[in-house]
Design a binder for this molecule. Sequence first.
Ligand SMILES: [Zn+2]
Length: 409
Amino acid sequence: MAGLRIVGRALVDGKLLDEVTVEIDGEFISSVSIGESGSGPRLLLSKGQLLLPSATDLHVHLRDWDQAYKEDVFTGTSAAAAGGITTIAEMPNTVPPIRSPEALRERLKLLATRAVVDYAVHIGPLKKPEDASRALELGACGMKLYPEDLERLEDYLRVSRESGIRLVVHAELKGGDEVETVKMLLSYVKAGDDIRLAHISRAESLRIIELAKKELGARITVEATPHHLLLSYEELDENSRRISTVRPPLASMSDRQYIFSGLKRCSVDFIASDHAPHTLEEKLSGKNAPGFPGLEITYPLMLTEWFEDRLDISTLVKKLCRAPAEYLGIPKGEIKKGFYADLAVFDMRERWSISAKDFLSKAKYTPFEGRKLSAKLISVFRRGELIYNGELIAKGGGIHVSELRQKHG
Ligand SMILES: [Zn+2]
């Protein structure tokens, strides 16, 4: 049976081509060809529209459980779909936290019934280190360490070396500075280690990491968030400052410019939203509520950077789509035969402004409020199924990355 064909401008092999036919058979891309070909149902993109892979976001807090008032799995993954993101990796600092194989199993059960997009889960520092292999069998995609865990960094590095579980680190010691923490952290890293540094924000940290990437023989990867790439503290007004509290805090203009240039130098490996919703009351009360939502605007924000000529599209799509999917070991993030048909259609002619009241996330505020964008998301396919077309269509159906790997065979 002939599946759907999408015909129009698309990014193939790192190049934008004007007329491409992408054929979808079931959940996969069955062919990619130049010009229009094939028969059967067809989606013809209009001029100004663009077919790209949908994104994978390695750093997401969906809350739920005791914090379902901030966000839940359904609203959070709906926000992902509405942002062109079809796979997310969750962070384990939920309440209660995900720090045992049992908690991980519970979380996976919840995600299986409520997630709109596909998912992976990081585990927190395990109460019993010997549980690392069990967590890996259940599909944990890494172990996330928070500032309070870094005192025991050497223990966790040992667990990682023995079990093979990868580490992901929030490099900011309590009350401390990112640069000092990165230095300390890297002094323990040995050849062969696999460590991902979350949301790097300071120029000096990235310079140190760039050197370590060359010299240590370890796999050191770096995430950057749209807020650390595009916002600096001195550029915000008083009101935006109150809702833009985040860890690590927004840095200076020269910091953000250096992190941005790291995308081009390839020292920044992934763009991740660090979607971290709280209620507006919590944000405004000045209580400890770091972070803000980001799933719905990360892709359009970054694509606008390409459209306005500050970044090339191939680099951008690699950091948003292919590199994170590769990290999770799933065939997504490229328009390529045999890959999952995880796709996003953007319209580049429509200028629009970010308005957080329209977010599907429960958190309806953003430090990017009112920012003008040149990339409007039109539709999103998850494994061949249309899940968003200006409105959310899917009510669930997300699966775990281990299932994605199995199906692909
Ligand atoms: Zn986070």
